[in-house]
Write a protein that binds this ligand. Structure first.
Ligand code: PDD
Length: 275
């Protein structure tokens, strides 16, 4: 596959970055994953807005909109990718290891697309999740590549025979390992408010807008593990998970233990939106 690394188009087998890259040494980088439906990027503008905010917050000098021609060219060069994902990562760049932020003018840019064959199991039958204490930092709203605790939570879930981990800080439920989380209580969607404890997901945003048009009330407020366990329905949202129902958490059935009617309405509306 042809990938883009620092201004060059390369075969993925020959694409490399420096061992001194700040992403490698300090996870000093932000990234985005964008879904490709029917050969087009879904909500690319919202992903790029979020990425630019992350770059600015971390004082990485890069304008992500400059990469739009690269994103388009990637689709031209990889025409077999009709359904897939774009990965873009921008790090501060290459410098000898030192904790202070070097004033680098050349960020390291890696962009590629890859095809995806969706597995509908969770969308259709619902997944199983397990609670994992959220030990991540207080800037989860920035999409940095520092995802080790997300990876460890996912692994913990897999080892427990589950599909995903649901993070909680004390009693408060935040999000999942790579998705946001909604519960349905008496017909109302409830999701953790944006802020330092969750990533402000693009899919979360799309789902809130869809719910509004469907006349489904949405509350963005904190809720507890007990609230989740006594909810009528539970679903996760994310670029790759889309709208994923979850029907069991730590062996407890959520609602009836089957994919619920509100989740199905949201899934259907989301599918129409993505085409
Ligand atoms: N993850 N929360 C976390 C921790 C995430 O990593 C993601 C996305 C989301 C959902 O955000 P969005 O709807 O914008 O994809 C929430 C991506 C897909 C990943 O790391 O692969």
């Amino acid at each position: 596959m042809i990938v883009y690394v620092n201004g060059q188009w390369l075969d993925d087998s020959s694409a490399t970055v420096s061992f001194q890259d700040r992403a490698f040494v300090f996870a000093d980088a932000v990234y985005e994953v964008v879904h490709i439906y029917n050969g087009s990027y879904f909500k690319l503008d919202l992903h790029l807005d979020r990425m630019q905010k992350g770059l600015d917050k971390l004082r990485i000098q890069s304008q992500v909109n400059d990469l739009i021609p690269v994103f388009n060219e990637l689709l031209n060069r990889n025409p077999e990718v009709k359904r897939g994902s774009l990965y873009v990562q921008i790090s501060r760049g290459e410098a000898p290891r030192a904790h202070g932020l070097p004033k680098l003018k050349e960020p390291t840019v890696v962009v590629y697309v890859r095809p995806l064959t969706p597995d509908p199991r969770i969308w259709e039958q619902g997944g199983r999740a397990t609670f994992v204490e959220d030990l991540r930092w207080q800037m989860c709203n920035i999409k940095t590549t520092g995802l080790l605790l997300n990876c460890m939570a996912k692994e913990e879930a897999l080892e427990r025979g589950c599909d995903d981990a649901i993070f909680h800080r004390g009693e408060i439920v935040t999000e999942a390992s790579a998705s946001n989380l909604f519960i349905v209580k008496k017909g109302t969607l409830v999701t953790h408010p944006t802020g330092p404890w969750i990533l402000p997901g693009i899919t979360r945003h799309v789902v809130i807008e869809l719910a509004k048009t469907l006349g489904i009330p949405v509350k963005e407020e904190q809720f507890t593990k007990d609230d989740l366990l006594s909810a009528d329905e539970l679903f996760l949202t994310g670029t790759m998970s889309e709208v994923s129902p979850y029907v069991e958490v730590d062996g407890n059935k959520i609602g009836t233990g089957e994919v619920g009617p509100v989740t199905k309405r949201i899934q259907e509306a989301f599918r129409k939106e993505t085409g």
